[in-house]
Design a protein around this ligand. Structure first.
Ligand code: PLP
Length: 412
């Protein structure tokens, strides 16, 4: 098998599994329990959170552990629910009918009529777990340029005095495009200064989904200028269903689950001990191998592109080193994937969830690709299961299948 779909899932590494194992059986205690072994587990949990937080330049107390990136993204948007507020640093609740008027979702939660004020901007190429939530808050999409980068002029034009949150992923999950977060944060700072001068107190937060970037970019929340940052263990050789949301002191959230008050009231439910320990170990390993992996993937990208024939490169610049998106005009990528699988090569057409619904990629549409190019697009994502020999072999197999397909449908 040549697995080239690391953007969809990564295998849990042996070291991660090893670190997790004791927390399933030996150290199985509930961290909230009063006896000593449980207190040790609680200490291990905080230490693991510290490792995850440190990897992005934050503190353990800035993180809320979630069951994956989808939940972290959903939780981030609760910053718009100003009528019921908790903060990761200090727990407090603040009823705010004024906030409700400014926020349709908060009002909807109380079943009261609401004005439809658009308070969210999101990049049109975001993952569905951001897009769907942003839309539920009446969000407006920011355009991307044909190279997949955010259209900063469109962003500036769409920010109004009502805008409370802007959500732009650090790296796109279909193209690997890296967005200029620091530049976006700079624009936001200017808007805030202008608002301050005019006495407008509306919050303006920057959220970023960094699911795909965590093991390929050196991430620091202060450098990026984000208020909310989504992390995902499943993409960094950690367990699935484990994620985290970094929450700055400026952001106030509403918990999605109420109960025992874990995670400072922001995410009730018994802590996923093995999951968090595994996430911390995975991040530690990712940091250790970051530079080596980036170099390796960049060289494989060059090799793959020099070996492949009859393709059009879709993600040309500003993308993660392990992402190669190519289109074979005139061919059907769904069929190519099926034929490649028969030869043991696993690639994707786009986001796994969109592909499983049989929908055309909203990302490839957003960058203005023709139907022909969208239909023929393959996403190849390298990772730690690969070596250079596999990349060369995969290119040969793709070429052979593409050649046969072109012959079959009468292309020369
Ligand atoms: N955000 C991005 C950019 C992703 O690539 C994914 C997973 O594919 C998610 C969010 C959702 O992650 P999960 O399914 O682990 O909740």
């Amino acid at each position: 098998m040549i697995y080239l779909d690391h953007a969809a899932a990564t295998p849990v590494s042996d070291k991660v599994l090893e670190a997790m194992k004791p927390y399933f059986d030996v150290e199985f205690f509930n961290p909230s329990a009063a006896y000593l072994p449980a207190k040790k587990v609680a200490t291990d949990y905080e230490a693991a959170k510290g490792v995850i937080a440190h990897a992005v330049g934050a503190k353990a107390s800035d993180l809320v552990i979630t069951a994956g990136a989808t939940e972290a993204n959903n939780l981030a948007f609760t910053a718009l629910d100003t009528e019921f507020i908790f903060h990761s640093g200090s727990r407090r609740s603040r009823p705010s009918p004024r906030g409700e008027r400014a926020n349709p979702r908060a009002a909807a939660l109380r079943n009261t009529p609401s004005q439809n004020i658009n308070s969210v901007l999101y990049l049109e190429t975001e993952h569905e777990s951001v897009r769907a939530v942003a839309k539920s808050y009446g969000g407006i999409a920011i355009k991307v340029l044909p190279n997949g980068m955010i259209d900063l002029e469109d962003l500036k034009a769409k920010i109004t005095d009502e805008t409370q949150m802007i959500s732009v992923s650090l790296a796109n999950n279909e193209l690997g495009t890296i967005q200029p977060l620091a530049e976006i944060a700079r624009i936001i700072r200017e808007v805030k200064i202008d608002r301050m001068k005019r006495g407008i107190k509306t919050q303006l937060l920057l959220h970023s989904d960094a699911s795909q970037a965590l093991n390929l970019l050196d991430i620091n929340v202060a450098r990026l200028g984000v208020d909310l940052l989504t992390l995902n263990a499943a993409k960094v050789y950690g367990p699935k269903g484990v994620g985290a949301l970094y929450v700055s002191h400026d952001a106030r959230l509403r918990p999605l689950t109420l109960g025992g008050g874990q995670e400072k009231g922001l995410r009730s439910g018994t802590e996923n001990m093995p999951g968090v320990i595994g996430f911390a170990k995975a991040i530690e390993l990712a940091k250790e191998h970051l530079n080596g992996n980036r170099k390796k993937y960049a060289s494989w990208r060059k090799i793959l592109l020099s070996e492949l024939k009859n393709y059009e490169l879709i993600n040309k610049k500003h993308c993660l080193d392990n992402f190669v998106v190519v289109s074979f005009p005139g061919l059907d990528a769904e069929r190519l994937i099926f034929l490649l699988e028969e030869k043991g090569v696993y690639v994707a057409t786009g986001a796994a969830c969109a592909a499983s619904k049989g929908e055309k990629s909203h990302v490839l549409r957003a960058i203005g690709l023709s139907d022909e190019l969208i239909n023929g697009s393959l996403r190849v994502t390298f990772g730690e299961t690969n070596d250079e020999g596999q990349i060369i072999k995969a290119a040969q197999i793709i070429n052979e299948i593409v050649k046969n397909e072109r012959l079959r449908i009468g292309m020369n």
